[in-house]
Ligand binder design. Structure first.
Ligand code: ADP
Ligand code: MG
Length: 308
């Protein structure tokens, strides 16, 4: 069977109207500035070669190149979104192929990076936080300095200790976590961010389908673990000892950092953790606090309430 393009060409040539159409199409193709430049670069191509490959040149012409007139990947009008056509000459034959455009390359890189952040119940604005947007006001000064110090140290390997940020509601503690997670992406470091009250609920629910251990594993293995709002969760001895205790123990042994935010200082948190429905257990609470101190250091955050 003859190739479709060849049949079409023959047919076009025998029909008067189509003959005109064909010659117009050919003119358009040859007048295209990109194609003109391509042909100048390939003087070895005879008019016969060009004629034989006219449909490929036509397809090339109809596609947008170099994202010149594009604004985004979504606006791409090419046959395959995010791919632009490339012409090559192989043994006096013209080959047309498609390669990824810059927008597509950037988009794929961004997607890969987004996957470096895993989160459970974190607001969208926090996941988009950026370290550049943190103004270095004097009140939050120490906290911001500590955050920058961690990022500087990351260049030589992930530090053993994270930070336990504590301070009043709305000063930007959770925002710090999001900004940090986004900065760490540039170093290919994965973060897992979890809102503590939801973690307790999630773990309770997982008891039913036996997935608790699988989930704990995720929190143990993240390069950097971030526990948001510790102390705001419902206090339960089971969660404190079996879940939180086990995660912190593992990270402590493996020397992997944990970041925390809390409305409570470590002294205050110790009292909270001691009191559960099972009674008052100061030793068990003390053990958790010791582990928190092994995987982080305490930094107060002051400032105005940014939610107002
Ligand atoms: P906290 O966790 O201390 O209660 P958040 O981190 O939730 O406070 O911050 C409170 C609000 O202020 C949020 O809406 C957050 O997006 C915003 N915010 C905090 N820090 C900044 C910042 N540096 N730039 C812009 N918005 C911020
Ligand atoms: Mg918060």
């Amino acid at each position: 069977m003859e190739p479709v393009q060849a049949t079409l060409k023959k047919w076009l040539k025998t029909n008067k109207n189509f003959k005109e159409l064909y010659s117009k199409l050919k003119q358009d193709v040859l007048n295209d500035s990109d194609i003109e430049a391509f042909l100048i670069n390939h003087p070895e191509l005879t008019s016969n070669d060009i004629e034989r490959n006219l449909m490929k040149l036509y397809e090339y012409r109809s596609q947008s190149k170099n994202c010149r007139n594009c604004r985004s990947l979504n606006g791409c009008r090419n046959m395959i979104q995010g791919y632009s056509p490339v012409l090559e000459v192989v043994e006096r034959d013209i080959h047309l192929s498609y390669k990824k455009c810059q927008y597509r390359i950037n988009d794929e890189r961004d997607r890969e990076k987004t996957e470096l952040i895993q989160s459970l119940y974190m607001p969208k604005d926090i996941l988009q936080a950026s370290i550049q947007d943190i103004d270095n006001d004097s009140e939050r000064g120490q906290a911001v300095l500590e955050l920058h110090r961690f990022i500087r140290q990351v260049k030589d390997g992930v530090p053993e200790k994270g930070i336990y940020f504590h301070g009043p509601f709305g000063v930007g503690k959770t925002y710090f976590l999001g900004a940090l997670a986004n900065s760490l992406k540039d170093f290919n470091i994965s973060s897992t961010l979890i809102y503590m009250p939801e973690l307790v609920r999630e773990m309770r629910a997982s008891l039913k389908d036996d997935s608790v251990n699988k989930k704990i594993d995720i929190f143990k293995k993240a390069d950097v673990l971030m526990l948001d709002d510790i102390g705001a969760e419902m206090q339960s001895a089971w969660f404190r000892d079996e879940i939180l205790g086990s995660i912190l123990q593992f990270r402590m042994m493996e020397k992997r950092p944990v970041f925390f935010t809390s409305n409570y200082s470590l002294d205050q948190l110790e009292k909270m953790l001691a009191t559960t429905r099972s009674g008052v257990e100061t030793v068990k609470a003390g053990r958790i606090i010791e582990r928190i101190k092994q995987v982080s250091h305490e930094v107060p955050v002051y400032g105005r309430n940014r939610r107002e």
